[in-house]
Design a protein around this ligand. Structure first.
Ligand code: ACO
Length: 373
């Protein structure tokens, strides 16, 4: 009987899998990948090495690191037919829509393999190329082919802007921060697709669709829009008050698990603070004021900045347009998504929850009078 089921709205407090990929302590503000604290990894590791750690469960030795680096750098180029199709798309298409569609096309045009790991590496290598190519197609600029001699982040920034950034290591560390985060909305959505034994390209297409929403990864784009609209530090309080009055959420704040400061937001804020010592970082002063005011206003609800609050300021510093912010998130999170899909399939059971029916019952079909078939 339906009445015996309890609805867990938004699945709050429900565990759907046993995982050894990452651990979050929402009260203490800790994030751990495969036993390593995120602070340790961003300080000492790089994106390729952390990807290996997330996929394989332990840090690579020298040969294993060479292997993963070489696989990721050799698989960057896209099939020509996909590039041709991307050139036909309307220039105002949102980068997340383009990414979702191109990943779906990769499921058709990539070499057929049953190895989820090979597919995971293939997607991780190609997503930056999709993003950079779309940026250049949209802006009617000549495409810049990937370079195998550059690391993942250096190559991405090079394909976007045609130069090797001196600060690509900060960008690389931001990718580490975004690579994994337990059973969040997009990971759960993609795990549902994985549980039907669908292929990795379908799984990741699902994940990208879920990440795009403003309550999830799409928040970072909205945060920058908010800073643009606030314009000046003097306008912060009025602006936030007007959002509260309209009952709107403040983008980049709040989290289902973190009931204290999101450790990723803290790390990003500190990096930006250090950059700010030598140069003016756009929107940083406004952000600090917004943070102070929102925390004060929502004292009783324990609402703090999440990862999306400060990430946009950093991407903006790298000249990445706000429309592209969520694609950068996806470029990192592909590692977590694919790791969870592979882990779940080892002990697979299809997801099949229930909904409680509250609609009418016992109705009888009645033909519509006066309508001729
Ligand atoms: N602004 C204002 N109020 C908020 C915010 C916010 N950003 N976040 C939560 N609240 C309030 C809610 O209104 C609710 O209040 P109530 O109890 O009086 O109704 C209470 O705090 C609990 O919030 P929920 O929405 O129930 O929390 P939930 O866990 O369902 O949602 C979420 C979490 C979606 C992140 C939410 O905090 C939110 O919408 N934030 C803004 C969007 C955002 O920044 N998303 C990025 C999240 S991080 C990521 O996905 C990478």
């Amino acid at each position: 009987m339906d009445v015996n089921f309890d609805v867990k709205h938004g699945l709050e407090g429900v565990a759907v899998a046993i995982s050894s990929i990452s651990y979050i302590d929402g009260e203490k503000g800790k994030l751990v990948y495969r036993g390593f604290e995120i602070e340790d990894l961003v300080e000492n590791s790089n994106f390729e090495e952390t990807s290996y750690l997330i996929w394989f469960g332990s840090l690579p030795n020298e040969n294993e690191l060479d292997f993963i680096k070489s696989m990721l750098s050799k698989k960057r180029e896209l099939p020509k037919k996909i590039v041709k199709m991307m050139k036909e798309l309307p220039k105002n298409a949102h980068p997340m829509d383009v990414l979702r569609s191109a990943v779906s096309l990769l499921g058709i045009y990539s070499e057929k393999t049953n190895s989820s790991l090979e597919n995971a590496i293939n997607l991780t290598a190609k997503i930056p190329t999709i993003i950079a190519y779309w940026y250049r197609i949209k802006n009617e600029m000549k495409l810049i082919r990937p370079r195998e001699d550059l690391n993942h982040s250096e190559n991405f920034l090079y394909m976007m802007f045609g130069e090797v950034s001196e600060k690509s290591d900060i960008f690389d560390k931001a990718l580490i921060l975004h690579a994994e985060q337990g059973m969040n909305a997009s990971t759960f959505a993609s795990t549902v697709t994985a549980s039907t034994l669908s292929d990795l390209y379908s799984i990741i297409t699902t994940a990208i669709g879920a990440l795009k929403g403003p309550l999830h990864g799409g928040a970072n784009e909205r945060v920058l829009k908010m800073f643009e609209e606030i314009k000046s530090i003097d306008n912060v309080e009025n602006y936030i008050d007007s959002l509260i009055l309209k009952g709107e959420k403040i983008m980049g704040f709040g989290h289902r698990i973190y009931k204290t400061y999101d450790p990723r937001a803290r790390i990003l804020k500190n990096w930006i603070k250090n950059l700010f010592i030598n140069e003016r970082i756009e929107y940083f002063e406004i952000a600090l004021k917004v943070e102070e005011y929102v925390i004060k206003k929502f004292k009783n609800k324990k609402i703090f900045p999440n990862v999306d609050f400060y990430s946009g300021i950093l991407y903006n510093y790298f000249r990445i347009p706000s429309e592209f912010f969520t694609t950068i998130f996806a470029m990192a999170r592909i590692v977590g998504w694919t790791a969870h899909a592979m882990e779940y399939k080892k002990n697979n059971r299809i997801f099949r929850p229930r909904s409680i029916y509250k609609g009418p019952k016992g109705l009888k079909y009645r033909e519509v009078k006066g309508v001729e078939n």
